[in-house]
Design a protein around this ligand. Structure first.
Ligand code: 6R9
Length: 659
């Protein structure tokens, strides 16, 4: 099998190159390559110039205060993110421009102009104030992909209450842990959301979570699906009821550039998710600049990023970047294959989408469904395509180029992370040639390198760790409540150097193009979603049957990586397996359901292998590398450090015979 290895080899051999079309370059937002040299010569001046894109109540005294690894950008600057995304456009012709085009999965549609958005956001903010939310209070948001998700985020920003959006696909327990870590005071949720014709029971999950969330005293419930849900007296309020008669308009809180805008949880190398902290001035500068340059956004464009607002891509490139730039952003609630495989293409046709940004895992699914689906729709409005979330295999890139972009649209492959806040490596479509499978080059003002474990740059052509060498405005400021973990996880991995460690491996080719090789830590990337092996393992050992478990990411054609776990059962249960009183299938389906309950459906293991023993080193560490070799059907790598090499050989034989 060894799909991953083949992919990497094709990546290494990929030599196709696509040059910017002259006509595209002529109209591009960035046409001049000097921008790279200018930004490098004086990055602070470069970023200060970009910060001028925003409206400030008070300009900064200092561009950057850098006490490694703690950064302050635009020191003493004052601004409000909601003002920049909404209010300021009302003084321009954009007042009547579509800000949000929403389409629900059942086919309902709503277009909000900037004026409409302002009315809705200010009322939402006033409702939050009425419920006692004040500057600095954390608000958790657990909503489907509906316009209200963006409205709720902006309303929080307006009153200076940092939001913590939790993806609607996460379970009650995952929601509970995130609410408690942030100490959120209020939760915004909905009765439900639509997904493949079914209702995602958000309120029910929220109720389950809230039994163990002492900090939350109020719940604001948005009506979406309309089914009956229990409402707790004195705690739960229908938004529709509260908003009646509430004032439209009202002030924006004047925020410091370094005041927290939001917390967003992401998986790290341990079981406990990290609350990545983003602040206001630098973040908004970063996302607005990159959205303008990378997506070449024009006022006439309809722009659609398919990410859910539960992920960073939804924060930066569905909400804050596009709206700060006064763009029209599309929000779609549901699945790409509902009711048919052409739903995305139908949306592009219906609204005349010009710029489209999605994930490689989606593109691989489109490939599988067949090119006849996009072919039935008029996609001629498209002029630029983007991808994000994982490395794109060149075949998928070429398919996207041909069947979606009609061999006419440039493709920007954008590398970045929850922690970077903004796109860091990507082609600028008017001036940078693209190679299928390479994210190309760092953006102006961004300094990235590939280094060995001592922190020395590796030679071109050689693999190493992807690191960021200089602070950037949208960088995370810390992990919520845990400065020490922030230092250790991101800045302490390569001793003696001030380098941000991304957790990714990469290689640079002879044109200085970056090729991302995937995670080098215990993070796995399933369909563009980050999960840590530890998180899955903790969920499993939480089950009374399980003695020990090891989770790995195994190469998968559609999802990039699939979750494979090896589990040893406690004695009594192992006996039940051996004497046949419970079947293998009974064990594995129960354990899969348990992981879903603990984390959410995105973490459901693809396969669970029950075994008597796991391969361990003499010091007792599970050798996940060898488990990967087994799962991907390779010859076993170095087994010399194992306590008992026979365990591994036996496991491999059993795995292969599916015993
Ligand atoms: C934005 C986002 C970050 C991880 C990152 C890397 C992978 C993202 C990529 C990519 C190759 C790209 N990744 N974009 N790998 N090429 N264009 O996805 O944030 O959810 O935090 O994930 O995703 O491994 O480290 P996040």
């Amino acid at each position: 099998m060894a799909v991953k290895k083949e992919t990497i080899e094709t990546l290494l051999e990929e030599s196709r190159i696509f040059h910017p079309d002259e006509q595209f370059t002529r109209q591009a937002n960035v046409k001049n390559r000097d921008i790279y040299a200018e930004a490098r010569a004086n990055p602070r001046i470069f970023w200060a110039m970009q910060a001028e894109r925003l409206d400030w109540y008070r300009k900064w005294d200092q561009v950057l205060d850098w006490e490694p690894p703690f950064a302050k950008w635009f020191v003493n600057g004052k601004l409000n993110a909601c003002y920049n995304c909404v209010d300021r456009h009302l003084n321009t012709w954009r007042k009547n421009k579509a800000a949000i085009i929403f389409e629900g999965e059942p086919g309902d549609s709503r277009i909000l102009t900037y004026w409409d958005l302002w009315r809705e956001v200010t009322q939402f903010a006033n409702v939050l104030r009425m419920l006692g939310v004040r500057k600095g209070d954390r608000v958790a948001i657990y909503l489907p992909m509906i316009a209200e998700a963006a409205i709720a985020m902006l309303a929080c920003a307006r009153i200076g209450a940092p939001h913590s959006v939790v993806f609607g696909g996460f379970s009650a327990e995952a929601l509970r842990d995130r609410i408690n870590d942030a100490g959120a005071k209020l939760l915004i949720t909905a009765d439900g959301g639509w997904r493949r014709g079914k209702i995602v029971p958000l309120k029910r999950n929220a109720d389950a979570a809230l039994t163990e969330c002492p900090s939350v005293d109020k719940v604001l419930v948005v009506k979406r699906t309309g089914q009956e849900v229990p409402m707790q007296d004195g705690r739960d309020y229908w938004y529709d009821n509260l908003v009646v008669g509430v004032t439209v308009g009202g002030p924006c809180e004047e925020m410091d550039s370094e005041d927290m805008l939001f917390i967003l949880y992401t998986s790290g190398t341990t079981g406990k998710p990290k609350g990545v902290v983003h602040t206001t001035g630098g973040y908004l500068t970063g996302v607005s600049t990159t959205h303008h340059m990378v997506f070449d956004i024009k006022d006439r464009d309809v722009y659609w990023c398919t990410a859910d607002v539960g992920w960073v891509t939804g924060h930066s490139y569905v909400v804050y970047g596009p709206l700060a730039n006064g763009a029209t952003t599309v929000i779609y609630e549901g699945a790409p294959d509902f009711p048919e495989f052409d739903r995305f293409w139908a949306i592009i046709e219906r609204y005349g989408v010009n710029v489209f940004y999605t994930a490689p895992t989606a593109i691989r699914a489109f490939m599988k469904w067949g090119e006849e689906w996009p072919a039935r729709r008029d996609l001629s409005s498209l002029r630029l395509l983007g991808t994000v979330g994982e490395p794109i295999n060149p075949e998928a890139w070429i398919w996207y180029h041909k069947h979606i972009g009609s061999e006419r649209c440039p493709i920007v492959d954008t590398w970045w992370q929850t922690e970077t806040g903004m796109i860091m490596i990507s082609a600028l479509p008017g001036i940078i040639s693209t190679k299928p499978g390479s994210a190309s080059v760092p953006l102006p003002g961004v300094e990235i390198d590939v280094v060995d474990k001592e922190g020395n740059s590796v030679m071109l052509g050689k693999g190493g760790f992807l690191v960021i060498k200089e602070p950037w405005p949208a960088m995370l400021r810390t992990i919520y409540g845990d400065n020490e973990r922030y230092v250790r996880e991101y800045w302490g991995k390569i001793p003696g150097h001030t380098l941000y460690f991304s957790g990714d491996g990469a290689r640079r080719d002879y044109h200085n193009y970056f090729w991302i090789l995937g995670r080098v830590d215990d993070v796995i990337n399933v369909a563009g979603h980050r999960l840590s092996t530890m998180e899955i393992e903790s969920a499993l050992v939480d089950h009374p049957w399980v003695a020990e478990s090891a989770a790995i990411g195994k190469a998968h054609d559609l999802k990039g990586q699939a979750i494979s776990v090896f589990v040893t059962l406690k004695g009594k249960y192992f006996k039940e397996l051996k004497d046949g009183s419970k079947t293998r299938a009974e064990f594995t389906s129960e354990l899969k359901a348990h992981v879903v309950k603990k984390i959410g459906a995105i973490a459901r293991p693809d396969d669970i292998f029950l075994t008597a023993e796991l391969p361990k080193t003499r010091s007792g560490k599970i050798m996940r590398r060898l488990l990967r070799d087994i799962a991907e059907g390779r010859a076993l790598g170095d087994t010399t450090t194992l306590a008992d090499p026979a365990v591994c050989r036996e496991l491999k034989e059993k795995y292969e015979s599916k015993e």
